[in-house]
Design a protein around this ligand. Sequence first.
Ligand SMILES: O=P(O)(O)O[C@@H]1C[C@H](O)[C@@H](CO)O1
Ligand SMILES: Nc1nc2[nH]cnc2c(=O)[nH]1
Length: 298
Amino acid sequence: MTSFNDCKLNFGRMYTYDILQEIANHLLERTQLRPKIGIILGTGLGSLANQLTDADYIDYQTIPHFPVSTVEGHVGRLIFGFLKGVPVMCMQGRFHYYEGYPLAKCSMPVRVMKLVGCTHLIATNAAGGLNPEYKVGDIMLMKDHINIMGFAGNNPLQGPNDSRFGPRFPNMVNAYDWKLLKKAKEIGKDIGIENDLHEGVYICLGGPNFETVAELKMLRIWGVDAVGMSTVHEVTTAVHCGMTCFAFSLITNLCVPSYDLEETPCHDDIVGIGKRRESTLTDLVARMVKHIHTELKQ
Ligand SMILES: O=P(O)(O)O[C@@H]1C[C@H](O)[C@@H](CO)O1
Ligand SMILES: Nc1nc2[nH]cnc2c(=O)[nH]1
């Protein structure tokens, strides 16, 4: 009988280098653009893609070997276009573990980005703010993460290692590029959002349920600032294949470890907060993209 672990590993093995190269070649035939920056848009943040110009839209279901997005707020297409004049490759919709996809499948598009030629990843997400100083609508620049699913033996890099992507035992100490973090803080000041901007530690839980009070209390002790259901496996995969990473969370709800609450997190509200903060987030991402583009030219 096939065990759950066998299934998981087989999914990981399914995306061999050759299959991923086939996906990348397919994409490169469908666009003239050769972006160096890949962007993953989180829940409610997909409208940032509306700012892309001269874009090629590629629905996930038309890409060989690609899964489909099943979550409301995740359109499910790749967009190659220009963000304020800089070519980017954008995932308008990501894959989550709770959708039933193994982590290697969730983060597979990051390797495709790498094979298409991206050197940088910008990952965004909607997250619950656990740090008591955070407000709904704030932005938390990710300075680090806790890979709790990895602690439990569930890691996108599990299975045979193909050294064309990266080493068997990758280092995660500087997973989030500190120079980009510093730049984002400067940009935050320039655009007048310094009071809504934090840097902190993100944790990805399996979902799809939100957290219990006891879980939130535990996560606070661990030093977690924001709680979500994505990004960690994407960044782990990106760091493994040598990409430079920048990520942030939009704080869409507060995670208050109390049983006496009038409001609890709800997906519709989370999507709504993303829409409300669209212009600020677009501005931040566009300026980061411009900065990375300028750095790459030097
Ligand atoms: O894709 P992200 O991490 O932005 O989505 C978060 C986590 C869940 O998918 C969803 C909950 O509303 O938002
Ligand atoms: N796990 C988790 N993910 C989220 N995504 C947005 N808000 C939350 C939250 O409160 N918890």
